[in-house]
Design a protein around this ligand. Sequence first.
Ligand SMILES: Nc1ncnc2c1ncn2[C@@H]1O[C@H](COP(=O)(O)OP(=O)(O)O)[C@@H](O)[C@H]1O
Ligand SMILES: [Mg+2]
Length: 250
Amino acid sequence: MLELLNLSFRVAVDGKEKEIIKNVDLTVPDDKLIVVTGPNGGGKSTLAKLIAGIERSTSGRIIFKGEDITELGITERAKRGIAFAFQQPVKFKGIQVVDLLRIASGKELNASEACEFLSAVGLCARDYIGREINASLSGGELKRIEIATVLARGASLSIFDEPEAGIDLWSFRNLIEVFEQMRRGSKGGSIIIISHQERILNIADEIVVIKNGEILRRGPKDEVLPTLIGTSSAVVGCRKADAEGGEAIC
Ligand SMILES: Nc1ncnc2c1ncn2[C@@H]1O[C@H](COP(=O)(O)OP(=O)(O)O)[C@@H](O)[C@H]1O
Ligand SMILES: [Mg+2]
């Protein structure tokens, strides 16, 4: 279980203090899939980075599996079972895709095991396994490789920041199946997905809406999703039809 207690994150912008996350209280129970949504600039990515230890909260506490991890860095949190897939993936020059998957999983994955993770994100594994993580990979490819590394981690808390970005329709459907499998197969683990996609919101156990650094709404999917659809312009800013003819909440 993850608990955020009165968590805040403030930065100085042009000499003025800006509060990006404001006194957030949130519990993420084990074995649950939580989808965090809300308008751009609302603080979703920042909240994910605070949980993973990439940004440090300015006040409040973060409790993970009963331990106060507020003062721990990224590596220590990763060791305790928190895995994070960035909205914009990082490039690790010189490392091959297969190495990245091995590092993530902490195991000597053989080629077919590594291929499974790549196939799950819609990459034809044989073409990618020996590729270097460099500028020759497109943004979408990098993003998928990053998601594959989080799958390979098999962490007790996996966080995905807008996994839909840069992913084509076929892979997107596949990815939703992967998230559902992760949830079904989890043992005391939880998943946080930041997303605007209705199809992802639909597989949530709970939905959290964040706006202006605060939790605007939080509850079971069946309660929160209807409040986003139809009246979403008032709630989350805007809503547009996505390329698949489905609905994207943005
Ligand atoms: N380190 C930082 N310094 C200054 N502003 C920041 C910093 N991190 C985030 N922000 C600002 O905080 C707001 C929330 O950003 P973000 O968490 O990326 O929102 P979201 O993911 O919901 O779109 C944005 O206005 C962003 O520019
Ligand atoms: Mg974001």
